[in-house]
Design a protein. Structure first.
Lengths: 356, 580
């Protein structure tokens, strides 16, 4: 007889699971449609949206599958009619909390979890209408828009700031309907422990948090195009998605399955892309001739630089040369620079700008 | 990081030095700072954050969760007025207007703040100014509001158990000892298995509302090998219409301390914590005096009751949050975390305070232990009527002749409690219905007043016995308004974590407002109620949301005519649709 250990039933099919897995994880692996809004795989299970409820044989009430650990012999039903009806009602309740206008996230990024899920469950903002939750916060920081009219209080922003970033910049305040998201003493993000990493924006399932620079870019015609790339800022190699419309870059989003960053980015990689569209950006090598910066070919530039470096060494000795590698360069590049400094320039004076 | 800048605040440092080695000191530290400054100044909180290693944002958020922590100084206190069931049977608008300008003998700002039930429904309406309560304020008779000791339970002439000596002055240790107090811990120390067996025989179940068998709970904690274990008394009595724990703590505190000591000696816990609701300042004082008295006499301390083992009891004061009466929220509150409920399982018996094995029992439950040990489990069990075990205390208030606490056998008919003991409705009136549990157990209509007061019988009606609060509504009342007030309370006290409760109790309150307004209501409103009931009752994360549908389901069951009248009124848009 086959052992019952680490086996359970999901919608009639027998499945195995790893000890410690949640019912949500097992069910989704089986292909079951289990909706969630407060869930982010990077965060500890929270169990607040209750959309992931499933029926558990032997239990009177449905259980939230994100917080329920899989147990041998469990029998789970995910999509019964009563469960789907409650999920739809919950979704309608969520929509009723938000204002009845265009979602900026859907407009700017082309998608948002709340509205995608509403579409999947085929419900709209028609019933349970009443007071709208929360209030926007004026925040003078340059990057993060905090439009809490659209907040659904899943606290993913607070939790990612605590659990993943360990910045603890924001918190939930108040209680019940009068809850909110705030920094300590409700000041601006710039006066808090926030590092402006933007993680809160991209775990937010609504338009409550947004990239200020991306908001309003929806005016540019054309569909949002997403191109996967690697952040150019440092050698870490975080995976990013570049968002563009009509050939113009409008923003960056982190890539959840990026092998290095797993969805994390820092303030530079997240928001520091203004240079891409800047008119001041250098696109060719320049040599100052007769006091004027003059565009030249790469060959001319290399020859000119090599000749100048050699004359510095000849005229002033190797100690006249000091190299500082860019923090944006990968390890290989930094290695080459120190090799060049020692072997070609005969100097030991080499450093890196990130050695702060 | 900005929060790492060292903050200087010698007063807060002194307070921290004094408290940090005490058990679960978080709430006491904040209260002591607030008592000193009159509020919680930012530098003080930053210092607490640094020394307790709590991120300042989290600490700030936690402080804002509670009603009675203040972040701004106030020159003179506002007047806080109870807005819940028994009190809102009075004309609170008029009362507030009169109170604002009145000389109440205590300096106040004239500003009114409505608060949730502070557990003084037997002498409505209570006014809270600073930390002083005045009782019995009535519209047109503000002068009757006085600061006075709360009344003893009215006598019924029936056999009592916990109340047996309550009118004999047993709040004093000498009198309590004359009446046989402080004997049960000897059995707890010498034969803990026997004590657990007596508890099981007694059929005693948790009196806070959940009704879990007490003997089983104690046995689980006793059998756990990890520690330190904790004994916690849930004295955060916050359910609207419940004031039984207040009277027990005021008038028979040694029974509570004795019951907790038994739990400590049975399980091996060395510290008991009484989580006392903020709204009982006079109890804070008298209970601490009783603890000091018992400690001086050696019943508590290093050699508790001569057992050779230590057990001490400390009080931790809440700060105004109904949800902290939910045991896992209470644990988070004690630990200094955001007081949201925890997911269960694991249960507190294995993973309680600081994740250690913990007994959490209600005041009444602990108080029942000494008489069970004295007379035997079978004796207690036999006190119940029929199949039922033991006695229970019910807090009766509202439209009734003799509001107060009554201890009656479990299984006593509701009508007997209301009419025979509590004196029945006011002259010329009839009882229309009562709220149960306080209010979260729904409503029972006049046709079912013969229901027996035991959990199963109330379940049978679709209501819930809960913590034993009963607010009587007579035939002058609009039951839609009664339901609205109950729902409004749950909305105000919802912690806001889970979606069904946060949004559901708000929408339900809005819908009941709409129904009660006399104005036309939107189409499909009854279907909305039904769908909200389903989601609240099936998917909420804790008992608060799960209980909310009792209110509307019972309203529809007993008073369909009152609803229909409103619905008809709205479809015909008839003139003069009043809201009674």
């Amino acid at each position: 007889m086959m052992s019952n250990e680490n086996r359970m039933t999901i919608d009639g099919a027998e499945v195995t699971f790893q000890p410690g897995e949640t019912v949500l994880e097992v069910a989704r692996r089986q292909g079951a449609f289990v909706p969630t809004l407060c869930y982010d795989e990077r965060l500890d299970p929270y169990g607040s949206c209750r959309l992931c409820v499933v029926e558990v044989e032997g239990r009177r009430l449905p259980a939230s599958s994100c917080t329920l650990k899989a147990e041998s012999g469990m029998e789970i039903r995910t999509g019964s009619d009563p469960i789907r009806k409650m999920q739809s009602t919950l979704m309608e309740m969520v929509l009723s909390e938000n204002p009845d206008d265009e979602c900026p996230r859907c407009r700017d990024i082309g998608t948002c979890e709340v509205h995608d899920l509403a579409e999947k469950l085929d419900v709209g903002r028609e019933r349970f209408l009443g007071a709208i939750s929360n209030a926007s916060k004026d925040d003078s920081n340059p990057f993060l828009l905090r439009d809490y009219d659209r907040c659904i209080s899943c606290y993913r922003c607070v939790r990612i700031c605590d659990e993943v970033e360990a910045d603890h910049a924001i918190t939930m305040t108040g209680r019940g309907w009068n809850k909110g998201i705030a920094t300590a003493f409700d000041g601006g993000l710039m006066d808090s422990d926030c590092t402006l990493c933007g993680q809160c924006i991209y775990t937010c399932p609504t338009g409550a948090l947004a990239d200020k620079k991306m908001v309003g870019q929806g005016e540019i015609p054309g569909e949002v195009e997403v191109t996967r790339s690697v952040c150019p800022y440092c050698g870490t190699g975080c995976s990013i998605n570049l968002h563009s419309r009509d050939g113009k870059m409008i923003g960056v989003t982190p890539v959840l399955d990026g092998p290095v960053n797993e969805g994390a980015l820092c303030v530079k990689g997240q928001f520091g892309f203004d240079f891409v569209n800047s008119g001041d950006r250098l696109t060719r090598p320049l040599i100052r001739k007769n006091g004027e910066l003059t565009p030249v070919s790469w060959d001319e530039a290399f020859d000119y630089t090599a000749q100048k470096l050699m004359s510095v060494r000849a005229d002033h000795g190797p100690k006249a040369f000091y190299a500082i590698a860019s923090g944006r360069a990968p390890g290989e590049g930094s290695y080459m620079l120190q090799k060049f400094t020692r072997a070609v320039m005969n100097s030991n004076q080499v450093d890196n700008c990130s050695r702060g | 990081m900005k929060s790492q800048v060292e903050v200087q605040d010698p007063i807060t440092d002194r307070i921290l030095d004094e408290w940090l080695d005490e058990p679960a000191p978080f709430l006491s530290i904040l209260h002591t700072i607030q008592d000193h400054y009159g509020y919680l100044p930012e530098p003080a909180l930053r210092r607490v954050s640094q020394r307790m290693d709590i991120p300042i944002s989290d600490l700030y958020g936690t402080v804002t969760f509670y009603h009675f922590f203040q972040l701004e100084p106030k020159a003179t206190p506002d007047i806080r007025v109870c807005e819940n069931s028994a009190c809102c049977l009075h004309d609170l608008d008029q009362l507030c207007e009169e109170v604002a300008g009145a000389d109440l003998g205590i300096e106040h700002s004239g500003k009114i703040e409505k608060i949730s039930c502070p557990g003084r429904c037997d002498v409505p309406v209570p006014l809270l100014i600073g930390e002083k309560f005045l009782h019995g304020a009535k519209p047109g008779a503000i002068g009757e509001a006085v600061e006075a000791t709360m009344p003893l339970p009215p006598e019924t002439g029936q056999q009592e158990c916990l109340f047996q000596h309550i009118r004999d002055g047993v709040s004093d240790l000498t009198v309590a000892l004359e009446k046989g107090a402080w004997k049960s811990p000897l059995l707890a120390a010498s034969d803990p298995e026997k004590l657990i067996s007596e508890l099981k025989t007694s059929g005693l179940t948790g009196r806070g509302g959940a009704g879990f068998p007490t003997g089983v709970k104690w046995e689980v904690v006793r059998n756990e090998n990890r520690g330190p274990k904790w004994i916690i008394c849930n004295a955060d009595e916050s359910e609207v219409g419940c004031f039984k724990d207040r009277v027990l703590m005021a008038h028979t505190p040694h029974a509570l301390l004795e019951g907790m000591t038994c739990a400590g000696l049975v399980t091996g816990a060395e510290v008991g914590i009484i989580y006392l609701r903020w709204e009982y300042p006079e109890i804070l004082e008298s209970l601490q005096a009783a603890i000091d008295e018992a400690t001086a006499a050696g019943y508590l301390g290093e050699d508790a009751c001569g057992s050779g083992r230590p057990f001490r009891i400390v009080i931790r004061r809440g700060a105004g949050a109904y949800i902290c009466g939910e045991e896992t929220s209470l644990l988070n509150s004690l630990e200094g975390k955001h007081p949201f409920p925890r997911e269960k399982p694991p249960f507190p018996t294995t993973h309680g305070l600081f994740q250690q094995p913990t007994i959490v029992n209600n005041v009444e439950t602990f108080c029942a232990v000494p008489p069970i040990v004295e007379h035997g489990g079978q004796w207690f069990s036999d006190l119940g009527l029929g199949e039922q075990n033991g006695m229970r205390i019910f807090s009766v208030s509202g439209d009734i002749q003799r509001p107060g606490n009554y201890e009656v056998p479990v299984g006593t008919p509701l009508r007997q409690l209301l009419v025979e003991f509590a004196g029945g409705p006011l002259p010329g009136r009839e009882i229309q219905g009562v709220t149960m549990a306080g209010v979260s157990g729904g409503l029972v209509g006049a046709e079912d007043l013969d229901v027996r007061l035991d959990p199963a019988s109330l379940d049978g009606l679709g209501a819930m016995l809960g913590a034993g609060g009963i607010v009587v509504h007579d035939d002058t009342r609009c039951m839609i308004k009664a339901a609205r007030e109950s729902m409004h309370f749950l909305k105000e006290e919802s912690c806001g974590k889970c979606f069904p409760c946060r949004i559901g109790t708000t929408r339900m309150t809005e819908i009941l407002d709409e129904l009660g307004s006399g104005q036309p209501v939107r189409e499909g409103i009854m279907e909305e109620i039904e769908d909200l009931e389903e989601v609240l009752g099936e998917t909420s994360a804790c008992g608060l949301g799960l209980a909310a549908p009792y209110i509307t389901r019972m309203l529809k069951k007993y008073w369909p005519d009152q609803i229909q009248q409103k619905l008809n009124g709205s479809t015909q848009a008839s003139e003069g649709a009043d809201d009674e």
